[in-house]
Structure formats: C-alpha cells, structure tokens
Write a protein that binds this ligand. Structure first.
Ligand code: DQA
Length: 147
C-alpha cells in the first residue's frame, strides 16, 4: 500500500508557528511518526511539503495516481486552492483532509474548505494526532492486497 502525505504552505514552520494554535510538534516529528506507523503496517509512505500550490499539484500528478490513499493538510489553500482541488479530484484514491486546529472555531474565512467536497473525510482540531488517525483510517479501509 502506498500513502501520499501532503503538507501545504507554512506547515514547515510547525513548532515555531503560533504554537498556542498549532502545537509544539514539528513537521519532521509528524512525518517521522507517520513513517514509523506505516512501516509497522508494511505500507510505503511518501511525505511532501511545499509553500507553493503548483509544487503540490506537480507532486499530485507525479505520485497521486499510484497512491492508495492521500492525507493532506492544505494549510490556507484549504480555503481558496481551486487548482489544488482540481488536481485532487481527478484521483480515485481516498483523500483525508487534516487540520491541526479546529478551523470551525476560528475566523469565518477558515470555515470554508474547497477541498472538503472532494475529500473522503476530514479531521480537524485534534492536533498532530489527527494525521495518525487519518493514516489509521486509510490502513484499515484501503484494500490491504493492493501493493
Ligand atoms: C490549518 C488551518 C488553516 O486555516 C491554516 O491556514 C493553516 C493550518 C490547520 O492545520 O489547522 O495553515 O490547515
């Protein structure tokens, strides 16, 4: 099983960026925790972060078609990234949208996700563990016979 994990703009700053909202855990720590769990489950996990929508789309076009599941925190692109949405919606694999913070408790512009309508599901407000929960769901849901 192949899982693609995508992190959008500013998520490379986790640990330093508004820790009262996003927590102290760095992106490297999150990626390592995901890798560790995937390895235990015998899955292959590829992680990628970019501050650029086009770079995320290039990665989706390159790796998304062979992925059995996608985990994405699109950062602020969640709220307006229509090109990112189009790239994701052309894939057939399940997509889990993850947010560290509970975007629905925050500013009104964060209440709209252009990704959510094409995602299989969404996890918001559970901090870095939300990524692990997303991975757990994919591991349990995606056909384990797929390579
Ligand atoms: C975020 C929420 C977004 O509104 C914000 O722009 C982010 C992070 C989250 O993980 O809570 O960059 O996606």
């Amino acid at each position: 099983m192949r899982i693609l994990v995508l992190h959008g703009p500013n998520l490379n700053m986790l640990g330093r960026r508004e820790p009262e909202i996003y927590g102290d855990t760095t992106l490297t720590q999150i990626d390592n925790a995901l890798q560790e769990r995937a390895t235990t489950a015998g899955a292959t996990l590829l992680t990628f972060q970019s501050n650029h929508e086009g770079a995320l789309i290039d990665m989706i076009q390159r790796e998304g078609w062979t992925a059995d599941g996608i985990i994405i925190n699109p950062g602020a692109l969640t709220h307006y990234g229509l090109s990112l949405r189009d790239a994701l919606s052309s894939l057939t694999a399940p997509i889990v949208e993850v947010h560290l913070s509970n975007v629905y408790k925050r500013e009104p512009f964060r209440h709209t996700s252009v990704i959510a309508p094409i995602a299989t599901g969404q996890i918001a407000g559970l901090g870095w563990r939300g990524y692990l929960l997303a991975l757990e769901w994919l591991l349990a849901s995606v056909d384990s016979t797929s390579t």
